[in-house]
Design a protein around this ligand. Structure first.
Ligand code: IVH
Length: 700
């Protein structure tokens, strides 16, 4: 409720607006679940700004209007950490984790804190790949923020930290006299991509990864720039603490915080401490923090997090295990600059450096030329990588990558490895710039790059063996004609021998011609011909998709097929008629029109018909199949936008909601699904991918 209720004083109204805005900040920046639209949020901010303009005496440093960023500074001051900011010992395998657990158990048993048959209890967290920060609150107000620096002395980044909306400027409830909160500032991957796109558009520095972007944003001398950067924060510990309110005093003792001893809390644990920080309004990673017992419990957490690593919205480089009991932490103590009670268990690094041996080009299905980096083999993201994409010519220039450079390579999850950046300090004097070839390396046709396009293309069309092969692979794929047994190797042989030039040629293949090809016996030849035969009556949508027309994905193919009902009608449709199909814009319409304007493409359709290929139109689905079911969408789906997926769900009678609850029937999760996926898993909500949703919709 934001509009002024009767009788409210200006001070009360300001307080109410501040609370409301900060609550929205937390929902948005901590839990990724906005509870109001951007417009409503902006409205509240404007209301508060107007009120403060009218009553300047009401402005406080903690007001959300004061987050916009103070004046630039020429250098950061330094801050001494009274309680040093330590680092963690690392483990890279199960044996090292077991050894850590044994040491912990032995020490605690020796101290009489653990029974002979008992195993230590741990608190497990994600090892967030950002930068460590210490926030100092005095009487609940944020007064200082510092980087880790060398652990003893850091840089004063208070003005910058104040712009991060996930960080409260004022703690909730009864706060201690002094509370230093330690945690990680980071940037979500999606925000990082957007930031880099915007930076590139403005010809400004692009960042190598989210961590560098977060660090660079925080180390800005001008806080107004930091204010525009989408930074986030999670708390995972504390530093100096004094003057705790009664109920919490038992949590602490001098081991961790030098705080006074007082009444005993039922539980003196790291987990309880984090819960308390959360109750003060600090962002704590409640979704992923987890208690576990013994080495086995730790390994189970490691495996669980490893499996969802690629779906998290931010980068992590491992998990952290902390002995949960605070008295036990005290007994274990510290060695050198790391605690004996905690351990970082690292994942395979997703980035590594290696030498860029050469840049070659690959020809895609539609002739797109992609520069590919040939690399000195390097182990990254759990596999040995020898090739990585460089996307396009402009990217190579923008990143200033040269042949011979030492480069940073990234491979995360199943994503194709990419070259992120050169290491300029290591550039050899004979490093060469990449030059886009003028002729296709496969067919010799000219390579052309239209003025307003980033992609260069081979102009050979289906004359080009590379394009022909990929068109056939695509046509045979599961979502197109679904011809089992027609793999890449076979297509290569059929095209290289000249036996198959077009899709139609496939249908005239006889087992006899196939026997004798590499790894092709009588039985597999018979099976393949049978599989091709099965694809003689494909759905019209599948056939249209199989043709590999530029910009015509599965969804467009289906919409166009439903609209026109026959291949002849589609072939003869002009751009206006094509554009009348919902969701088909001028680019797609022109692409379809151009495809069928080419005589050789029309010939292929005629040849297909002559081979008895007879596409059948499918009917639209019923519209009641999903009645009463609520869906939540998250992450990026491979083909559909979320809007498209919502449209299909609603067309089938389902409902789409923004947040996961027990009432959610299905979560449809794509790449980079974060908190919603974890929540669905927690609640036992069924999780579907795009294919699963299509199956449910009867579209597969
Ligand atoms: S605890 C005394 N917990 O890892 C231990 N650190 O190598 C203090 N980090 O500088 C750190 N996630 O930047 C802790 N859940 C987590 C963490 C975490 C990331 C970073 C932190 C620290 C480094 C230690």
């Amino acid at each position: 409720m934001s509009s002024g209720s009767g009788g409210e004083s200006a001070a009360q109204a300001a307080a109410r607006l501040r609370t409301e805005i900060e609550q929205h900040n937390v929902r948005y920046y901590v839990y990724d679940e906005p509870s109001v639209s951007d417009a409503e949020y902006d409205g509240l901010m404007r209301e508060l700004q107007a009120l403060e303009a009218e009553h300047p005496e009401l402005v406080t440093p903690e007001s959300p209007t004061q987050r916009v960023g103070a004046a630039p500074v020429s250098a950061f001051g330094s801050v001494r950490h009274v309680v040093p900011m330590l680092s963690l010992n690392n483990a890279f395998d199960e044996e090292e984790v077991a050894a850590f657990d044994r040491r912990v158990a032995d020490t605690l048993r020796g101290a009489g804190m653990l029974g002979p048959a008992q195993q230590p209890d741990y608190f497990c967290e994600l090892k967030l790949d950002g930068l460590a920060i210490s926030l100092r609150y005095e009487d609940g107000r944020l007064v200082q923020a510092a980087t880790r620096g060398d652990g003893q002395t850091g840089e004063d980044v208070t003005s910058n930290i104040r712009t991060i909306k996930a960080i409260p400027l004022q703690l909730k409830g009864a706060a201690p006299r002094v509370l230093e909160v330690r945690g990680e500032v980071l940037m979500n991957r999606a925000d990082f991509e957007k930031l880099n796109e915007a930076q590139a558009r403005r010809d400004e520095k692009v960042f190598v990864n989210p961590r560098n972007a977060a660090a660079g944003s925080l180390r800005q001398l001008d806080p107004r720039i930091t204010a525009k950067r989408p930074l986030r924060f999670f708390a995972y510990g504390w530093g100096e603490v004094h003057g705790l309110p009664g109920a919490q005093s038992g949590l602490f003792d001098e081991a961790s915080a030098g705080a006074e001893q007082a009444s005993q809390l039922p539980e003196k644990s790291h987990g309880a401490m984090l819960e308390w920080l959360a109750s003060l309004g600090l962002p704590v990673n409640v979704l992923h923090n987890h208690r576990a017992t013994g080495a086995e419990g730790l390994m189970a957490f490691y495996a669980k997090v490893g499996a969802m690593r690629a779906n998290l919205p931010y980068d992590i480089d491992g998990v952290v295990y902390k002995v949960d009991s605070l008295p036990a932490q005290k007994v274990l103590g510290f060695v050198a600059r790391a605690p004996r009670f905690a351990l970082a268990h690292k994942f395979a690094a997703e980035e590594a450096t290696t030498t860029l041996l050469d840049i070659e080009v690959q020809v895609g299905r539609t002739g797109a030329i992609t520069p590919v980096a040939r690399l000195k083999p390097v182990f990254v993201g759990g596999v040995t990588v020898t090739n990585a994409t460089l996307h396009n010519e402009d990217e190579i220039r923008r990143k200033d990558v040269r042949i011979g450079d030492t480069v940073i390579v990234r491979r995360a999850g199943d994503v194709i490895p990419e070259v992120l950046a050169p290491v300029l300090e290591k550039r050899p004097s004979d490093a060469r710039e990449f030059v886009m070839p003028t002729a296709c390396p496969v067919c010799g046709s000219a390579i052309e790059r239209l003025e307003d396009e980033t992609i260069a293309r081979c102009t050979g069309g289906l004359f080009c063996g590379a394009q022909r092969k990929q068109t056939l692979w695509h046509a045979a794929s599961r979502k197109a004609l679904d011809i089992e047994g027609l793999g890449e190797k076979l297509v290569d042989q059929l095209v290289d021998s000249g036996r198959v030039k077009t899709l139609a040629d496939l249908y005239s293949l006889r087992p006899l011609e196939l026997v004798g090809l590499d790894r092709m016996g009588q039985k597999s030849a018979d099976n393949l011909v049978a599989a091709i035969d099965k694809a003689r009556a494909p759905g019209l949508a599948r056939l249209l998709f199989a043709l590999g027309i530029r910009h015509v994905g599965e969804t467009t193919a289906r919409d166009v097929a439903r609209h026109f009902g026959s291949i002849d009608a589609i072939m003869d449709a002009d751009e206006d008629a094509l554009s009348s199909v919902p969701d088909v814009g001028p680019v797609v319409a022109a692409s379809i029109r151009h495809f069928f304007a080419e005589q050789h493409n029309r010939d292929v359709i005629e040849q297909l018909k002559a081979q008895g290929v007879n596409p059948v139109a499918e009917a639209a689905p019923q519209g009641t199949t999903l009645a009463g079911k609520t869906f939540v969408l998250t992450g990026t789906l491979p083909n559909w936008t979320r809007e498209e997926a919502s449209m299909h769900i609603q067309a089938a009678g389902g409902k789409v909601s923004g947040s996961v609850s027990k009432k959610t029937a299905y979560l449809v999760a794509g790449e980079d699904s974060g908190s919603k996926l974890a929540k669905a898993q927690e609640l036992g909500v069924a999780v579907l991918d795009e294919d699963g949703l299509k199956a449910l919709l009867g579209m597969s």
